[in-house]
Design a protein around this ligand. Sequence first.
Ligand SMILES: NC(=O)c1ccc[n+]([C@@H]2O[C@H](COP(=O)([O-])OP(=O)(O)OC[C@H]3O[C@@H](n4cnc5c(N)ncnc54)[C@H](OP(=O)(O)O)[C@@H]3O)[C@@H](O)[C@H]2O)c1
Length: 255
Amino acid sequence: MSKTQLFDLDGKIAFVSGASRGIGEAIAKLLAQQGAHVIVSSRRIDGCKQVADAIIAEGGQATAIACHIGEMEQITAVFAQIREQFGRLDILVNNAATNPQFCNVLDTDLGAFQKTVDVNIRGYFFMSVEAGKLMREHGGGSIINVASINGVSPGVYQGIYSVTKAAVINMTKVFAKECAQFGIRCNALLPGLTDTKFASALVSNEKILNTALAQIPLKRVAAPSEMAGAVLYLASEASSYTTGVALNVDGGFLS
Ligand SMILES: NC(=O)c1ccc[n+]([C@@H]2O[C@H](COP(=O)([O-])OP(=O)(O)OC[C@H]3O[C@@H](n4cnc5c(N)ncnc54)[C@H](OP(=O)(O)O)[C@@H]3O)[C@@H](O)[C@H]2O)c1
């Protein structure tokens, strides 16, 4: 009996935003391990180069490219570079997001509101538009949006962030419905509390952590690597009939 090829990504080009650390780094490394050439991206090129170098040192293929997804010119520029350097894109993982203000919703600052919307909604949307155009030219692809459990059940003092994550879940369905005809699938991953820099304020505060753990049936925080397997599934042929789905990877929190 031969092993399944369903999770092989040989010959695929994958772009992962926010791949210099945390969940994005774990995703980039797993996709590369499965054979994809991974474009490792975030705002700061240094962190991306470190991750790309680590992938190459393990025998994989990776290229570091900086892109601030909250800046439209940078999105346009990065796709011009992808077209020129690779000529195609098979997998887009929209993972980079921001959550600049932790406060009661009534205290939301306009600047924080705008930044969160620009990165988490406009950024994901136009990254998907650009990737979708490129995928359409080559018969299809897979877009994976890293949303959050907060898109379903808003996080305390994470008002506008939770609103944007709900938008990402709906955006996933929009792209799934309208791009299926081009062979493009689009799915969302909804991580639960995961041990990264992003969540450090929550994980390092014993009171907040214990309150969170009380609501998680598996009674622990996730490791970034525990998000990557679900993304591999959604990126690969294993999920060829799955589109428009929001996949909870949350230790049972939303159940
Ligand atoms: N950790 C959790 O508990 C949790 C739970 C639910 C959902 N999520 C979601 O998971 C995703 C990844 O979060 P994480 O916990 O892995 O965060 P993280 O460890 O803080 O990493 C964030 C990554 O995004 C990059 N980044 C930040 N702003 C960016 C921008 N405007 N443009 C491009 N890159 C940017 C950062 O690099 P640079 O600083 O170099 O840009 C970094 O690579 C996010 O969508 C988050 O909402 C996380």
